[in-house]
Design a protein around this ligand. Structure first.
Ligand code: ST9
Ligand code: ZN
Ligand code: ZN
Length: 340
């Protein structure tokens, strides 16, 4: 699917303005980051979540064993398909469409994205997008739900095992979420969240292999529901940990975010995280063709079918100016040569 520039909205502001649009005041962020580093936040463990996640990981390990030694080939393919679809519901739906508004989608596409998002069971989209807007606006401060200032385990999954920081609730309450509450598709998902994840994350993934290729219900549940759910969670969480830790910084070396090939592979095209934090409204989230950006393929397919429009991209001159201002031009050239 070719990108047709005339169909795209190019962002004509530079990255600083883009950041200010999100962050309002960069100096405020720097001050908050310093403040967050000074004191260790109170950690109140939520034991219910600790036990649930331990149980999920035990189930996932059983599922992994079955997938390697006992499951049918069709079940393996089914697990891969479910991971890809669920992930795209997160990347193409919760992330690029609803959290960032980086493109617009018509009703059937939004329904499709909401349904495949329910496969991933990562909280309803309104809650996901609220937390994610906080992450971009107040990155690595106490108002960032998974701030890397609190360590990589906290950024990866620890943040889901403890009470949220008061600053996150205070600052997050200032966000304008009216666009999310105004979308009937999101309100439907919120009102029916438990039945939806019951069906799309657990029941259908288990039932289909049993009904269509005679897999045992036991193997089907542990592989296609528990293992696959746990795998997609870790792939997503890696964007908060690995993608703020190890990799290239060709667009903004002062940020913690990096571009990383492997997180892109696991997270269907979300590994260009240094690019994404610098140009958050760009629907591509990275400029790598070779980064296996399957989410971009999905969005472009939607556009080819007339279900998607107004895809926002960042103009080349804006990217170049950003890299020049930050002295990162050589890093960008090196990375693009290496990764394509
Ligand atoms: C999961 C989410 O795994 C993963 C998200 C990852 C994000 C990744 C982003 C990376 C980049 C994108 C790339 C995508 C890549 C995808 C790749 C795919 C392969 N603002 O939460 P509560 C207030 S979910 C403002 O209970 P506690 C608000 O008033 C896994 N206000 O706080 C709220 O009430 P309400 C499955 C906020 O009690 C009230 O506080 N799910 C904000 O401290 C209470 O909120 C789970 O495991 C805010 N941001 O509990 C559930 N936040 O909501 C885990 C809160 O009514 N969560 N408030 O307005 C929990 O159990 C709890 O949230 C808790 C905190 C224990 C963590
Ligand atoms: Zn984002
Ligand atoms: Zn990030």
């Amino acid at each position: 699917f070719q990108i047709i520039p005339s169909q795209m909205t190019q962002i004509k502001v530079d990255a600083l303005i883009t950041k200010q649009f999100l962050a309002a005041d960069l100096s405020e962020i720097r001050a908050m980051q310093e403040e967050s580093k000074k004191h260790a936040p109170r950690t109140e463990i939520v034991w219910r979540n600790v036990f649930l996640f331990i149980a999920l990981h035990i189930g996932a390990l059983i599922g992994l064993y079955q997938l390697v030694f006992q499951a049918k080939w069709a079940t393996l393919a089914w697990v891969f398909l479910l991971h890809t679809l669920g992930s795209m519901g997160v990347t193409g739906g919760a992330h690029r469409l609803w959290a960032h508004r980086s493109y617009k989608a018509r009703f059937p596409m939004r329904v499709f994205l909401m349904l495949i998002n329910s496969i991933a069971f990562q909280n309803d989209i309104i809650e996901w997008a609220r937390d994610h807007r906080c992450h971009h606006k107040w990155t690595d401060t106490d108002a960032d739900p998974h701030s890397t200032n609190r360590g990589m385990f906290f950024a990866h999954m620890g943040w889901l095992l403890v009470k949220k920081h008061e600053q996150l609730k205070v600052q997050g309450a200032k966000l304008d979420l009216s666009d999310l509450y105004a979308d009937p598709v999101l309100m439907f998902q919120r009102k029916n969240y438990l039945p939806l994840v019951g069906i799309f994350c657990f029941a259908l993934p288990t039932f289909i292999p049993v009904a269509f290729w005679g897999e045992s219900a036991f193997i089907s549940f542990y592989t296609a529901a528990l293992f696959r759910y746990c795998f997609t969670l870790h792939a997503t969480w890696c964007i908060n940990s690995v993608s703020h830790w190890i990799g290239w910084q060709p667009y903004d070396h002062q940020a913690s975010s990096v571009d990383n090939l492997w997180t892109s592979v696991a997270a269907v095209g979300e590994g260009g995280h240094n690019y994404h934090h610098t140009f958050p409204q760009d629907y591509r989230t990275s400029e790598h063709a070779g980064f296996l950006n399957w989410t971009r393929v999905l969005i472009d397919t939607g556009a080819a079918l007339g279900l998607v429009y107004d895809r926002k991209t960042t103009a080349e001159e804006v990217i170049q100016r950003q890299c020049k201002n930050y002295g990162c031009e050589a890093e960008r050239v090196k990375m693009l040569q290496k990764l394509g």
